[in-house]
Ligand binder design. Structure first.
Ligand SMILES: [Zn+2]
Length: 424
């Protein structure tokens, strides 16, 4: 007798119905015609079984700050600098209780949408101190049975006013933070190419001293032109190679790669690939190009070129109903569909790739161990109401069962469009 058996599931390669058996939080059987008796049995009814969705870049401490009943941007903006100011104004009013309450609700939403691991960016700086971190640490512990949370120290006010800020960061890691963050665009002292490099070097030195991974907000702008030496990802990749830090960096956004000419872009992608850097695209279509009068730029990185070169590319929600983005549901199938439109990814194979990007690729970016659907893997998985990966994206399939470490943590039932139409 095992803890849980899922019958009639399909795994990514096609049509064969499989049985998946779980015991003590691990996958102990997967294949056709397996005989397992389960304390609990679920019928997948021909639905696709995927490993749990991995939200690889999300600002959990500031999520859901807007009016839930009337979502939308309270006032318009034109430039990213205005968004930064709006966040600064709003966050000063946060209390620890308020952060805990919103983060808990956000994780409930994430779990409902099949997310079993989430990398949270968390403000740590001289103004807010460790308040956001202490709140997220408490929420992480309370919600551990639902979602595994990695915490990134996000330098919302920069890093170069050291040593005070760096002391704060050392304390953050002592308390339980996991990943060093980096955001030169928010560092008032990171002026010019040299200032940006000093910011990256400071973050990298601390990450190496503490033996933690580095998660960069990188190349967030959209200049008219950009050279190879101006790209933050290229500099960080070169440094990773120089100091022996290959495979330990993720870079979010990377919008400026879209500004680069073909030769610069190809060389940049080569550097990113060689450094084993993962790129996390946010379907970031809302933030940039607001004043463009024609040929409106949307700031999406070169997703297809990066994938083609063999770079590990994932996508993530980034901001969910906060001062930056008033939209979002922590639903990676929804973000994937937006990326399908934005990055021109609509073939069957490309839609299949999108599902991989928010599961296996994102898990690789977060360096998760025991992730997948093979024997011995941690039983974090989702049963979808769709038979194939591309159908999951196009149909925006419901997540019928969400299982975290072998426990059923969410059950959802959607009334399909076909049912609605047939009832008319
Ligand atoms: Zn971010």
């Amino acid at each position: 007798m095992v803890d849980l058996v899922i019958r009639n599931g399909v795994i990514s390669d096609g049509t064969r119905r499989v049985v998946l058996a779980i015991d003590r939080g691990r996958i102990v059987g997967v294949g056709a015609d397996l005989e397992f008796e389960g304390a609990r049995v679920l019928d997948a009814d021909g639905g696709l079984i995927v490993p749990g969705f991995v939200e690889s870049h999300m600002h959990l401490d500031v999520a859901l700050m807007n009016d839930g009943k009337r979502p939308g941007r309270p006032r318009p903006f034109e430039t990213p600098a205005e968004l930064n100011r709006m966040m600064d104004e709003r966050r000063l009013a946060f209390t620890r209780e308020d952060i805990e309450q919103r983060a808990t609700r956000a994780l409930a939403l994430a779990s409902r949408h099949g997310i079993t691991t989430l990398r949270a960016q968390c403000h740590v700086d001289a103004t807010v101190g460790l308040k956001h971190l202490e709140a997220l640490l408490a929420v992480r512990q309370a919600q551990a049975e639902r979602v595994t949370v990695q915490i990134v120290c996000f330098p919302h006010q920069g890093l170069l006013d050291q040593p005070r800020t760096l002391d704060l960061y050392r304390e953050a890691f002592r308390l339980g933070a996991d990943i060093m963050g980096c955001a030169s665009n928010l560092d008032p002292r990171a002026v010019g190419v040299e200032g940006v490099r000093r910011h990256i070097d400071t973050a990298l030195e601390l990450a190496m001293a503490l033996d933690v991974d580095l998660d960069l907000h990188a190349d967030l702008g959209l200049p008219q032109q950009v050279t190879l030496d101006e790209l933050e990802t290229v500099y960080a990749a070169r440094r990773a190679l120089e100091v022996g830090y290959v495979g330990r960096m993720t870079a979010g956004h990377v919008c400026a790669l879209d500004s680069a000419g073909p030769a610069v872009a190809a060389a940049a992608i080569e550097a990113i690939h060689t450094a084993g850097m993962s790129v996390i695209s946010q379907p970031d279509l809302y933030r940039l190009g607001r004043t463009d009068q024609r040929g409106v730029r949307r700031g999406l990185t070169r997703v297809k070129a990066l994938l083609k070169a063999g770079v590990n590319v994932a996508f993530a929600s980034n901001n969910v109903r906060d001062a930056y983005r008033p939209l979002g549901n922590l639903n990676l199938l929804e973000e994937g569909l937006i990326l399908a439109y934005g990055a021109h990814m609509d073939s069957v194979a490309e839609l299949d790739t999108l599902l991989q990007m928010c599961t296996t690729n994102a898990a690789r970016a977060l360096r998760l161990e025991g992730y997948g659907l093979t024997l011995g893997d941690r039983a974090d998985l989702v049963v979808l109401d769709a038979p194939t990966p591309s159908a999951a994206l196009v149909d925006q399939a419901e997540k019928r069962f969400v299982i975290k470490e072998g426990r059923l943590v969410a059950t959802n039932r959607r009334v399909s469009e076909a049912t609605v139409l047939s009832a008319l």
